[in-house]
Design a protein around this ligand. Sequence first.
Ligand SMILES: [Zn+2]
Length: 755
Amino acid sequence: MLRKPRKKIEELLKWIESRPGEVAVWRTFPPQPPTFGTWPTLDARLMNALALRGIQRPYVHQAEAMDAALRGKSVVVVTPTASGKTLCYNVPVVQSILENPASRALYLFPTKALSQDQLAELYALLEAVEADIACFTYDGDTAPSARAKVRTAGHIVITNPDMLHTGILPHHTKWVKLFENLRYVVLDEMHGYRGVFGSHLANVIRRLKRICAFYGSSPTFICSSATISNPRELAEALLEEPVELVTRNGAPRDEKHILIQNPPLVNRSMGIRGSSLDETAAIATEALANNISTIVFTRSRTNVELLLHRIRTSLKARSLPENQVAGYRGGYLPNERRAIEKGLRSGQIRGVVSTNALELGIDIGSLELAVLHGYPGSIASAWQQMGRAGRRQGTSAAVLVASSFALDQFLASQPSYFFGASPERARVNPDNLYILVNHVKCAAFELPFREKDLFGKAEVSEILEYLEEQRVLHRAEGRYHWQADSFPAEGFSLRSATSENVVILDVSDPARHTVVGEVDRPSAPMLVHPEAIYFHGAKAYQVLELDFKGMRALVKPVEAEYYTDADLAVRLEVLDEFEHAEPWGWGEVLFASRPTVYKKIRLSTQENVGYGHIHLDEEQMHTTGAWLTLPDSLSWESWGPDRKSSALAGLAHLLRATAPLFLMCDRGDLQVHGMVRDPHFERPTLYLADNFPGGVGLAEAAFTLRKALLDSAWEALVSCPCEKGCPACVGALGSQIGSKEATRALLSSLRGIPA
Ligand SMILES: [Zn+2]
């Protein structure tokens, strides 16, 4: 077949360089040849199957991980996407089953989509092995009639932490075969188990190990993780046992370019640059027009649709097929997503515009070019997205198109921050009392505790006594038995947000309503409020009604020249004060949010062409919060309004970054907001609230550690080499002149107050 003449990737990069604007950074990474290891001693059937699958020799990281796992040592493998990490766990698992057909393995994937995907690869290997190995998925979609078979016959059971928590551990008596013979537990995408979610998972693992010990098994854990700065520490905190670390990536890689492209200055004196959206669309269109397979990442769902619309329009204008590019994001229906993944793997779809939904795991083959529309918010995430382009043979490139946001401009001017920064640390706190008590209840429901029993490494005798006083447990002959009526695992969720979705229904044909897509419950007020224009696969719909009771949004297709963008108003209200130490306090708070107005923004020019009011009820969450009211001794009244809000925003930004260190949580677990005039205290107030209904102990810890919080915020501020403020310290840059100075003045006086 004759291929169309096309630009090669190197030429495309030169084309980018020739555009108005500037390439702020261009780094070239040389090709890396493969580094191989040797096979461990394996069953001939497995060796044969690997050869059939075209795998002649393992890469060094695969060999090291398999070796550790086969020796019974728990291991964590940290290698990039597409380096063949699934082999690291599939080989030891299959080997153990071939050695002993009673042997069992449990695979834990954080989401459903991933497990479907990796299932396909596992099935292919199992088929090639030609032995009787049964592998099943056990999740909310598993038919009740199939469940009994999975429980008894499944050699490999694939599930997720939520199902393990509510569907498997509490019913361990039905899973005797699994727990008696559990040889391996696979924990994929381990870096996702951080903060409160990770703290829950650590306790689910404690429960799992406790049940295994009861049935006489002691599984080895095989974990895989994306790059974080402390993978071994995280694995050992989750598993409470020594873990071997494998980081030497042996997979080959061809030459790769990384660019940061800055759109042209359109107003030099004000430092305003051209639209990063336009620039991203232009680069993606040029790449696709030259048959270069491309993935575009952007931060919001709205931007996915905007970019998709833009790229398709430009392809059409060049008489090129527009359906060679697809959108991909949360809210697309599962079958839509599977079709896009398949199209990408087969090459039928050459381009995709995605949110971070495609950052990890899901197999879409290797692409030649990744275009990042703006910095995704974390170093780890940026590297994951850039890693989506990268091939064994043939050059690849990743281009970050800087937006006018301060952080993007900072990266463009200080690339060493980007290339030199160590990736984020992941933290968990399995002994968080709120989380621990809930899991001790579940564990006691599963098997009685004996006095002096440890739970993992946690000493829990006081918790057991407390639960006895509460008549949840009943002590008899040195054992604590479950006596309450309830089913404890259903009483709480491992995740903060409900997994229920609002369904988007096209009701234009009264005889036949069709499902267009879905949106997660927390985002629904912003995205599908009445009158919103909702884009799906570049098609426009107008929302007629948002029905929360029925969990559905009714829409009709429209021709729209504009999209809508809603403003969210957030407020915090103190409901009850538990403890007080001027200027700090903590207690029960109401965290409320409501979209107030929406703007209509023209698709072609991004001009604001109107607005409307949104009439929806406020969304409310009762949680716990710590607060810091700014005392009069600051002579705050003499500060101008800009300086006040700069200082509050600067301190909030510092605390968002430093508080998780002390509270052992993840950034997303906390809501940090400053209010220039708080209605309750009638003074400027800063809140740190648990981002979980009911709270999970973070606010109380913040109150207890208040001095350390301010000290570390101060340390982060004064040790930052910047002059006027930067994303690494006070956040805002340029737009808020003097924010570093204002924050410094505020913090300095706060630290002068004896706490
Ligand atoms: Zn700074």
